[in-house]
Write a protein that binds this ligand. Structure first.
Ligand code: DC
Length: 209
């Protein structure tokens, strides 16, 4: 089977940016597993599905398409909130686990695949070759996100972003099923005082070794 590199960590730590850089540099496939939860949340909003409707939520997960996963509407505060809530549900995690475990099988000819999320190195691929656990202080993550919003011309409030990040951390770290935690044999990458290029250099070194 193709080798797997997992990158787990909290919201806004830079996992997707780093994972994308690796994917482009080594020309290998990338799965942002958060998009699965976001795509289910978006379908729930569009179809007015109640958060307690197990049957319909499962149906959303079973019928996910590439188009759903690549929607422009996956990133908003509302989606952040619903995705975070539904990610506590075991039946949904079990369903999405199937999709994630199938992903590398499509790329047997590749050097490796990169998968980022919260539980990839712990639950989804505990035997992955390289496991990275990214971390950064919540205040620093909030400030980065805030600056990203400003750069895009949006208006945002730092305090609100900070509170949203902390609330998602609480959900991710404390949920009973597949909580966010470093995997056995993972490398801790604290990017509080590293920029993305520095983090990328560290990762290239890990991969080359
Ligand atoms: O990484 P992200 O912000 O796009 O993730 C969206 C939500 O999905 C977030 O609340 C955490 C959840 N998630 C999860 O529980 N497990 C994963 N492997 C990936 C994301």
């Amino acid at each position: 089977m193709v080798e797997i590199i997992t990158i787990d960590g909290p919201a806004s730590v830079g996992k997707s940016t780093l994972a994308k850089k690796i994917s482009n540099y080594y020309k290998v496939p990338l799965l942002n597993s958060g998009r699965l939860y976001r795509a289910v949340a978006l379908k729930m909003i569009n179809n007015k599905i109640n958060i307690r409707n197990k049957y319909k939520i499962l149906h959303c997960a079973q019928t996910l398409t590439n188009e759903n996963m690549n929607s422009q509407d996956l990133f908003s505060s509302k989606i952040d909130k619903i995705a975070s809530e539904i990610s506590k549900k075991k039946y949904l995690r079990d369903q999405l686990k199937i999709y994630q475990r199938e992903f590398p099988k499509k790329y047997t000819g590749k050097k490796f695949v990169v998968i980022e999320g919260r539980d990839i190195g712990t639950e989804i691929f505990p035997h992955a070759k390289i496991k990275i656990f990214m971390w950064a202080d919540a205040k620093i993550r909030a400030k980065r996100r805030y600056l990203q919003f400003l750069k895009k011309g949006g208006n945002a409030r730092l305090k609100r972003i900070y509170h949203e990040i902390v609330s998602r951390d609480i959900n991710d770290l404390n949920r009973k099923i597949a909580p966010l935690q470093p995997a056995v044999n993972s490398v801790l990458l604290d990017t509080s005082y590293l920029d993305i290029e520095q983090a990328f250099s560290v990762l290239k070194k890990i991969i080359s070794e």
